[in-house]
Every structure is written in C-alpha cells, then in structure tokens.
Design a protein around this ligand. Structure first.
Ligand code: FAD
Ligand code: NDP
Length: 608
C-alpha cells in the first residue's frame, strides 16, 4: 500500500485561492484518509499570513526551503509536503495544489500505471477514406508508428519528403536520426575515439606508433563510409515498409481539411489522399543563425555530408549538438572553437557539464565564452570573418550553427484545420499524443514536451498505434528517460540532476553519493588520469529512492541503458548497493558509491 502523504497548506481565511485549494484538499483527505492527511495553516488576516510566510528578510517560513521558487512565493496559499525526516518539499500555490490533486486522483491501472484515453476521433470501420492512417513524416517516430499500425491490420501510408537545407543538402528515407543525426554523429564520434586510442593508448599496451597516425585522418574516406552506411539504411527502410505493407509516398503533405492532405512530389505534381486518422511526425529542423550573414553558416543538416574537411571551424551553441560535433571535429584533428552564449549543456548536471568542458578544452577544443556571432562576412579568400558580440573577430573556413531546433510545422497547413500550435517554436500540444483536432495525433520532436530523442519518438509511435488499432490504453511514459551526450568523454544520465533535485525537493531532502575514478583501460596511459571518470547518484533521504544517476566515462550509453531500466522500476540506493558488480568494469562503480557529498570526504576512489 502507498504511504500516507502529509500535505500542508497555509493561507489567509478570506483569500479565494486559499479557500479553493484547501477545500479540494479537505475533500480528498475525507475520501482517501489512508492516503492523504492535510494540515491547514489558516491565518485570520493577510498581514498575519505574510508575517508568517515572509517575516523580515530571510526569516519567513518559506525561507526554510532554500529553493528559489519557494522564496519568491508571496501569495496565498503556500503548499508543501512533509517528509518523515522532517524535511519538506515545496508544491506551490493554488494552481500547483489543484494540479497535484488532479494527479493524485488520476485513474491508475493495476500496478499504478495511468490509463491513456483519447477523445472520440470519429474513426469507424467503414469510414470510406483512402486510408485508416496516414503518417506525415518517415523519421524515427513515423516509421515506428506506421509499421506498428499495419501490424494490427490498418491500411497505412507514410509520407516522407526532405526539404533541402538552406545550404542545399538533402537525404533519403528515415528522418533526422539516420541521415543527419544520431547515426553519422556516433560514427564520427567513434572516428575521434579511434584517433585518441591510436595517439595515446597504443604504446603502453605494446604497439609502436602505427602507420595510421603518420598518414593522418582522411575526411573524404570517413564521409564516404558513413554516407554509404546511411544509404544502406535508407534502402532497408524502404524494404521493411514494403514487407509490412505500409505504402511509402515520397511526397510533401499539407492539410486541406481534417481528413484530406494535398501531396506534392519532387517535380511539383500535386495530388490528394484522404484518411480517417493522421499522425504528424514531421520532426524538427535546425534554427538558423539569426545575425547578419547568418546564411553563411551550415548546420547539422550539412556537416556530415560535407565533401571536404571543414577546416578551421567555429561551432555556435553549447548543447548536445554543438559539443558533440566540436568534440569529434577536434578529435580528428580539425582546428575547432566553440562560441558559448552562456553555459555548457544547460539542463544537465552542472558539476558534470563543467568536467566535460575542462576535458574538451584539454583535448584541443577552444571555448569563446559569453559571446554570440554578431556578423558573418565572406572575405577575399572565400573564408568567413566572424565579428562577435564583444567586438572581437576571427576568420574561419566553416561556421557551424547548432543553436536549437524548431518543429517542422510551417508548411503543414495547420491553419486549414485549426490545429493548435505553439507560436514560439511551432510545436504541437497534445494529450496522450492527441492534438486539438481529434483525428490528428502528433509524436516525436514535433510534439510539445517530448524530449528530442530517437527512442522516445519510436516508443511514443508504437504505443499510439497500439492504442489506435489494438485497444491498448497504455500511455507513453516520458519520465526518467535516459540519454547520453557523446562528447569525447561520454556522459550518460537518467533522472534528476543535482540542481533540479534541489529545486524540486529542497536542500537537505536528498543525498549525493559520488566517485571520481580511473577506468582500468585508461590506467596505463599517462594522459588519461588528468580527467578521471566520474559517477554520481542522487538519493531521496526519506524514501531511499534513487532520483538520478549520472555517469561520465567510457561507453556511457552502454553503462546507462541498464540503469535506466532500474530507474523505471523504482530502484533504491540500497538496491544499488545490494547489486553485485561486474569486475573490472567502470559500471560497477555505481553499485559501490558510499562516499556522500555531505560527508565532505574526497570523491577520489582508491585501490582496485
Ligand atoms: P524526424 O526523424 O526528424 O523525421 C521527420 C521526417 O518528416 C523527416 O524525414 C522530414 O523530412 C519529414 N517531413 C517533414 N515535414 C514533412 C511533410 N510535410 N511531408 C512529408 N514529410 C515531411 N537522438 C538520440 O536519441 N540519440 C542521439 O545520439 C541523437 N543525436 C542527434 C544528433 C543530431 C546532430 C541531431 C540533429 C539529432 C540527434 N538526435 C539524437 C535526435 C533525434 O535525431 C530526433 O529526436 C529524432 O530523429 C526525432 O524523430 P522524429 O520522428 O520526431 O522526426
Ligand atoms: P538545444 O536547444 O539543446 O541547445 C541550444 C544551444 O544553443 C544552447 O547551448 C543555447 O545556449 C545555444 N543558443 C541558442 N540560441 C543561440 C543564439 N542565438 N546564439 C548562440 N547560441 C545560442 O539544441 P541542440 O541543437 O544542441 O539539440 C537539440 C536536441 O537534439 C537536444 O535537445 C537533444 O534532445 C537532441 N539531440 C540528442 C543527442 C543525443 O541524444 N546524444 C545529440 C544531439 C541532439 P543557452 O544555454 O544560452 O540557451
């Protein structure tokens, strides 16, 4: 049985928001006494309430949380949840309390899972349209959804059409991941890792300077091998669609009405198809560099298919794409600089992001911090002169912009069906992947709130197809999704980082266990020790639940995947310690993290 929640709410008696939230809570505690206890902190007047909440500077009740969100709250009500060790986690005001109540009451399937129920979309067996389902976009999500729907006997078509990048790059079937994302990126990252092994690790292991290094790196060879591999994948995708009886249309789709699409092919020929249901899986495209001469920059749509080595390169942006690309470029010997607007890897654990930066800097990546390009100009030699926001200038062969991605909904005709789209980023809001137009669904990068990751798009697509054509009610679970940043030192992560844990649960409610260690395979190579690998687990002190697992070191993706399963199953810190490690691996460190940050002891691991 789940533990009883002790929910506190403070406010002043005639405040309407406080009354509304405390009344809803009181009703729930009557209905579910074993699950919810409410402690009401009611003040007679606004002044009394504010003197309790705010006090004189820094002395109010809200300041005991040590969370900026709580410290900024001045209005009534003020709500929090008590933990058994006396710590508190901040909930918020009236809206946050009502959202919490809604979640508390949300229907749960056996095993505690939420059910995904769609608004009736009018689909019937004898609907009379050309297709049961048309999927717009044949990337990771669209391919998965179309094949899964066909498995249940649905008549399905998938459209995939690549609009050329501003620099003119195009590619085949399969979307971003296969053509201009995960696959070429990981292969080029691997090229850099091979280079590092050749230049640093061969001698202590008994090999002498190999011929490979003397010849240097050939961009052309790497590019050709990578592009051939991609072409093979494009071909396989076509074959699988045919095998699964999904109709593939290499055409650009645009809504005419909620059941009709106009299709334009490469030659500009226009036709129409109708369908009972649609899934929008059009993904996103790189945001253009928004400064004078920004059109001279290339993006991730272009870099992996460049005919020649990019030469001296400026990477603009400091998140996944910019740092991964800067990492592999420097690793294969390209003179690489990164223009960082603010911080590296926003949203990731700060301590680890800083370690990644320091490692990259030592591996030849230069960082130009606190600047953005203000102007790009071609000089007489065909190179690009960049003027930065601080007035400094430099000249590059290539400027590569990775400053975020926008949803690809601009030419989809959403206005023709009154489909709600977020004006800021073009993303489509949904509930259980159903949009504001009931027979139109959205998955993957184009969907608001969806982490922009291939496996997320695939999983969401499969779940949706099962719900639409096989009677499933299982929702896509967007929580605790693991991911890896393929910087030269790889970083795998799942769950809360330290900053988010502090913000959500408050100081003192969690413990951090950490270790800096030297992976065995690095231990013979002198240069490796300077930047040890690192592991960090964040644990809820009250429940022992693991809130986040972070690993910086070799094979981070492989290491993190299994811990992702553990997180999904609600792993506790003691479960980790009870797990027998595999020796001698780097992953075993996560089963033996005993040094807590609060102890002040060094995280440097000793011995075997
Ligand atoms: P997409 O794969 O983008 O597919 C959308 C498709 O729809 C495209 O082919 C597009 O041409 C087509 N389309 C658009 N509009 C229309 C239309 N009107 N009609 C017909 N077709 C249309 N994720 C990871 O998990 N791991 C990684 O290591 C990783 N690395 C990445 C590296 C880079 C450089 C980039 C850019 C992304 C990376 N990602 C990674 C993210 C991942 O590629 C995306 O999250 C994933 O591809 C999203 O899939 P999707 O199906 O939503 O869209
Ligand atoms: P993000 O949105 O994650 O980051 C954008 C970066 O560009 C930030 O560093 C941001 O800085 C900076 N930036 C934004 N606007 C400007 C500007 N005008 N001038 C200069 N810098 C700017 O985008 P990415 O393109 O890196 O990645 C998109 C998504 O693709 C990721 O969220 C991820 O989900 C997916 N992806 C996944 C990978 C993986 O799984 N390994 C690899 C690559 C991509 P600031 O912090 O200041 O806002």
């Amino acid at each position: 049985m789940s533990k009883q929640v002790v929910f506190h709410i403070g406010g002043w008696s005639s405040c309407g928001f406080y009354s509304k939230a405390s009344n809803v809570l009181a009703s729930l505690s009557i209905l579910f006494p074993s699950r919810l206890k409410v402690v009401d902190h009611k003040y007679g007047s606004r002044d009394e309430y504010r003197s309790w909440l705010i006090g004189t500077s820094g002395s109010g009740f809200r300041d005991t949380f040590g969370i900026s969100k709580a410290s900024n709250q001045t209005s009534s009500p003020f709500a929090w949840i008590e933990s058994s060790d006396g710590g508190n986690s901040f909930v918020g005001g009236c809206d946050d309390t009502l959202a919490w109540c809604k979640d508390f009451c949300a229907p749960k399937e056996e095993g505690g899972e939420e059910k995904a129920v769609h608004v009736d979309d009018g689909h019937t067996k004898g609907h009379g349209y050309d297709y049961d389902l048309v999927v717009i976009g044949g990337g990771s999500g669209g391919m998965a959804a179309s094949k899964e729907a066909a498995k249940f006997g649905a008549k399905v078509a998938v459209l995939d059409f690549v609009k050329p990048s501003p620099a003119g790059s195009t590619w085949g079937l399969g979307g971003t991941c296969v053509n201009v994302g995960c696959i070429p990126k990981k292969l080029m990252h691997n090229a850099a890792l091979i280079g590092e092994i050749l230049s640093s690790d061969t001698e202590p292991f008994g090999f002498t300077a190999p011929q490979a290094l003397e010849k240097g790196h050939s961009w052309e060879k790497m590019r050709e091998a990578v592009q051939n591999h991609i072409r093979g994948l494009n071909f396989n995708y076509r074959v699988t669609l045919r095998e699964k009886e999904v109709t593939y249309l290499n055409k650009l789709g645009k809504f005419v009405d909620a059941h009709t699409l106009s299709l334009t092919d490469k030659k500009g020929k226009v036709s129409q198809i109708t369908s009972s249901r649609f899934i929008i899986a059009t993904g996103g495209r790189p945001s253009p560099l928004n400064c004078e001469g920004g059109e001279l920059a290339i993006s991730s749509d272009d870099i992996f298919s460049l005919e020649q080595n990019p030469g001296k390169t400026l990477c603009v942006g400091a998140s996944y794409i910019a740092l991964e690309c800067a990492g592999f470029l420097a690793g294969i010997g390209v003179d690489t600089e990164v223009a960082v607007r603010s911080i590296l890897l926003r949203g990731f654990d700060r301590e680890i992001a800083d370690k990644i930066g320091a490692h990259m800097e030592d591996h030849g990546v230069k960082f130009r911090k606190g600047v953005v390009p203000a102007k790009l100009e071609k000089n007489g030699e065909g190179k690009i002169e960049v003027t930065f926001s601080d007035g400094t200038k430099d000249v590059y062969d290539t400027v590569f912009a990775a400053i975020g991605r926008s949803a690809d909904t601009g030419k989809l005709g959403v206005e023709n069906i009154n489909l709600k789209v977020n004006e800021r980023n073009g993303k489509i809001p949904t509930k259980f992947e159903q949009t504001s137009v009931p027979n139109v669904y959205a998955i993957g990068d184009v969907m608001e709130g969806c982490p922009e990751l291939t496996p997320v798009a695939i999983q969401a697509g499969r779940h949706l197809a099962r719900r639409l054509f096989d009677g499933s009610t299982t929702p896509m679970d967007y929580k605790n999704i693991c991911t890896t940043v393929f910087t030269p030192m790889e970083f795998g992560t799942v769950g809360y980082n330290e900053e988010d844990a502090k913000e959500k649960f408050g100081c003192g409610s969690y413990e951090v266990y950490h270790s800096s260690f030297n992976p065995l395979e690095w231990s013979l190579s002198e240069h490796r020790g300077k930047h040890p690998a690192f592991a960090k687990v964040i644990v809820n002190k009250d429940t022992d639940a693991v809130l986040g697992i972070h690993y910086l070191g070799p094979h981070a993706g492989e290491v993190t995947q299994g811990f992702g399963v553990a997180m999904k199953k609600g792993v506790t810190y003691n479960d980790l310690l009870d797990t027998v490690g595999i020796h001698p691996t780097s992953a075993e460190v996560l089963t033996d993290l005993t040094v807590s940050k609060s102890s002040g002891k060094s995280a440097d691991a000793k011995g075997c």
